[in-house]
Design a protein around this ligand. Structure first.
Ligand code: 2AM
Ligand code: CA
Length: 238
């Protein structure tokens, strides 16, 4: 459905600001998952980005947390660097998640306690690279504004990268392509699936403050390999 949309002009609307976009494709993909969940698991609930009926205030029971397109701005501007993110939470605990990079045809999946996979191949836990100096960092400008010392962390690191799709930035850390990803404002559906996969690969996931992420609220996000996590938290996130 997404790939077919590349051939036509998209209907694009703005949400909270001029760069917060939704297209008819975001809505159609969420509707597709909604039909599937309703048909196969009628008692399950859906917490999704693009449908007003999909806003929840509790995570009781089984809940599918869905972002039909994470990185909509990339989808519109680049036709790449975006992903579908789907997670199953039961009583607030992340059980299963998939992040699908549509353009690269890379399907990441993870199940709590059972490891993570990419296109069916088991992913290995990331090899520990020494310190910040040996790791690429992914961070957005808003995170640096919130914690100005992060500018020093970036300078101390191997270099700065930014892709513009939170779930894929999580996968970059989970797969060992970067040491950490820091963001100032993500929604539950941006991180729900990616968090499960990253944790299965040994990453630590919290708010920038070190607090646990409440999957009903937007907020800051930090995912990192453990030793990079400690270095960031102890020296740069104060
Ligand atoms: P989205 O494409 O699903 O909105 C961009 O840096 C990353 O931040 C994307 O993963 C994007 O997800 C997410 N994001 C969350 N809230 C956003 C907002 N209000 N405006 C733009 N991007 C947002
Ligand atoms: Ca989205």
């Amino acid at each position: 459905m997404i790939e077919a949309s590349f051939a036509r002009d998209l209907l694009i609307e703005t949400k909270s600001n001029r760069n917060d976009l939704v297209t008819e494709v975001d809505q159609a993909v969420e509707a597709l998952f909604t039909r599937y969940v309703n048909k196969n698991f009628p008692e399950h609930r859906i917490f999704g980005e693009e449908n007003a009926a999909h806003k929840l205030t509790t995570l009781d029971g089984p809940v599918w947390i869905i972002d039909p397109i994470d990185g909509t701005l990339n989808f519109v501007e680049q036709k790449r660097n975006f992903a579908i993110s789907v997670a199953l939470y039961i009583e607030g605990v992340g059980e299963f998640g998939v992040v699908y990079d549509v353009e690269k045809d890379e399907l990441y999946s993870g199940e709590r306690g059972n490891g993570a996979y990419m296109n069916g191949e088991k992913l290995l836990q990331v090899e520990t690279k020494e310190g910040l100096a040996d790791n690429l960092l992914i961070a957005n400008v808003s995170a640096v504004k919130l914690y100005p010392k992060l500018a020093d962390a970036i300078e101390a690191s191997r270099g700065l990268r930014l892709y513009g799709a939170a779930s894929l930035e999580y996968m970059a850390v989970a797969a060992g392509r970067a040491g950490a990803y820091l963001s100032a404002n993500l929604a539950p559906w941006d991180v729900a699936a990616a968090k499960i996969i990253a944790e299965e690969l040994g990453c630590v996931v919290t708010r920038l403050s070190g607090e646990e992420i409440n999957m009903l609220e937007k907020g800051t996000s930090l995912v990192a390999m453990p030793h990079v996590y400690e270095e960031l938290r102890s020296t740069y996130l104060k």
